[in-house]
Design a protein around this ligand. Structure first.
Ligand code: UN1
Length: 508
């Protein structure tokens, strides 16, 4: 299967890792991509050298001078064609993501669907980069705002959504007239190269030689080069809070712009007025989807004490039905964790839960059977914890769910907000007052607040991101595009006098 995917996406077992548009550059140092499904090596990709990085910057600068001249709807048309390629390759790209990252095939294809959706959104947006007109206080004067592209946009993405989060950025940044440089996660380079090759196809079909989308491959070092580079106007980074702090400090020091989408620690409140069946589905998908490796994963269930026993009994039954195994088998709901380090974190988390007075209602542990061909498969688990347990403040990228009991809604909301992360949150209730309270300024402090929906599975049409340690950035829909452009305020005097603002007069 993998050789077929290689053929489809123009890949081989050994690939260059630096792309300047359609041109690729190889190097002598390589990164291996290992499938978490069975630990086989998919192939290798060369690391970007510092010299190659400088080339990417030089060519991106030149490219910007050309690309910014393209009318925005023409730029949109390139993204439209890219969306068509993605539609044609949805199943194959979904498979490649699943092989490389270990998420279930339906989720791999779901990720490609997010790419298609954001491309469609960006095509429409390419005709709607509207500015405001403003009433001037002076006679015969007109004011308005217009939006111009920034220049070069650097995109640092994480392994858990190897390509969708890039697409949220690249589709919008490109229609705005920017040039993009992508540093994908070193764990999912093949998925990234496949996307780049599809885009190159579109560029070639249109005889566009401008390198509008470029790739650098590597680890922290290459990420640091990108963050330090003054020619890069905006860095959009997705990943850990630790990484985000470093990027923010580096970019902030040179007064660059950044969009940060960092850790989440998302809670769902299950009220006594909840539709229990609905709550169950939402909790299950949020907690075990992508094996708990989404930044939107449900980590904490805050359950009313009146329904705690009934609900957890149902949760136990639901967990017992979760099928874990080869993510390429569409019958399975959960694949492996990404690597040994993730497994170690998971095991350490279980130990800490017990040390902090947690009581496992659904037991965790490693899974070793004939369906699991790598040591990275783990059991999703859930533990009841005292509401002040410190472990619940840390984001562990694994399917460990914390259960907390509450008696009053205010108490539940304060538990929900009592963590440093502020990405996603939800309440399951059919009570209007409870729902509105949760959505009011006294309610959830997160970037995403849902009612009768879980914490994960956000649509691209809304702005995506969160508060506090999540970094404050917003990507994808709504007016997130404004972060990829610079605002220019313009005043035109169409009279023959020059009245000064604020009533200032010169007696000349
Ligand atoms: C992420 O985990 O970084 O809302 C992104 C969701 C997905 C995106 C998650 N649409 O769960």
């Amino acid at each position: 299967m993998i050789s077929q995917l290689f053929k489809t996406f123009g890949l081989s077992t050994s690939n260059p890792g630096t792309y300047i548009g359609t041109k690729s550059l190889e190097n002598t140092e390589y990164i291996s991509s290992i499938s978490p499904i069975d630990q086989t090596e998919i192939g290798r990709v060369s690391k970007t050298s510092n010299y190659q990085f400088q080339e990417v910057i030089k060519e991106s600068k030149k490219a910007f001078l050309e690309w910014r001249k393209f009318p925005a709807p023409k730029r949109g048309d390139i993204i439209r064609q890219y969306a068509m390629e993605l539609r044609r390759h949805k199943s194959d790209l979904g498979k490649l993501i699943s092989v490389e990252m270990g998420k279930p095939i339906q989720e791999g294809m779901g990720e490609v669907q997010e790419m298609i959706d954001i491309c469609d959104f960006a095509v429409g947006l390419s005709r709607q980069l509207y500015g405001k007109t403003i009433k001037s206080e002076r006679e015969n004067h007109q004011m308005y705002e217009q939006w111009h592209p920034l220049g070069i946009v650097g995109i640092i993405s994480a392994f858990n959504f190897p390509v969708a989060v890039w697409s949220w950025n690249v589709a919008i940044a490109l229609i705005c007239g920017n040039i993009c440089i992508w540093k994908p996660s070193e764990k999912t380079l093949f998925s990234a190269l496949a996307c780049q090759n599809l885009l190159c196809k579109v560029l070639s079909n249109n005889n566009i030689e401008i390198p509008i989308s470029n790739i650098i491959s590597g680890d922290k070092n290459q990420g640091k080069w990108l963050a330090e580079e003054t020619e890069v106007s905006l860095i959009s980074a997705t990943g850990s809070v630790r990484m985000g702090r470093e990027v923010a400090a580096t970019v902030g020091k040179r007064l660059g712009k950044s969009i940060l989408e960092l850790g989440g620690n998302n809670a769902m409140i299950v009220s006594p007025n909840a539709d229990i069946n609905l709550a169950l589905h939402a909790a299950l998908f949020g907690a075990i989807g992508t094996a708990g490796q989404r930044c939107t994963s449900t980590r904490r269930l805050i359950i009313h004490s009146e329904i705690f026993d009934v609900f957890t009994e149902k949760l136990k039954n639901a967990y017992a039905q979760v099928k874990i195994g080869d993510p390429l088998d569409p019958n399975n709901h959960m694949g492996p964790l990404i690597d040994q380090n993730a497994v170690n974190q998971y095991l350490k988390c279980i130990e800490t839960v017990q040390e902090q007075g947690g009581e496992f209602i659904i037991e965790g542990g490693l899974i070793r059977n004939r369906n699991t061909k790598s040591p990275f498969y783990v059991k999703p688990c859930a533990a009841l914890l005292p509401p002040n347990a410190e472990i619940m403040k840390i984001e562990t990228f694994a399917p460990v769910l914390y259960l907390i009991k509450y008696t009053h809604l205010e108490e539940a909301i304060s538990y929900q907000n009592n963590v440093r992360q502020g990405l996603s949150s939800s309440i399951i209730t059919n009570n209007l007052q409870e729902a509105q309270k949760f959505l009011s300024p006294e309610g959830s402090d997160c970037g995403i607040a849902n009612v009768n929906i879980g914490t994960s599975g956000a649509e691209i049409g809304g702005a995506f991101g969160g508060e506090k340690d999540t970094g404050g950035g917003r990507e994808s829909g709504s007016d997130a595009w404004k972060a990829y452009m610079r605002r220019q305020t313009t005043t035109i005097n169409y009279g023959d006098k020059i009245p000064l603002a604020q009533g200032i007069k010169f007696n000349l």
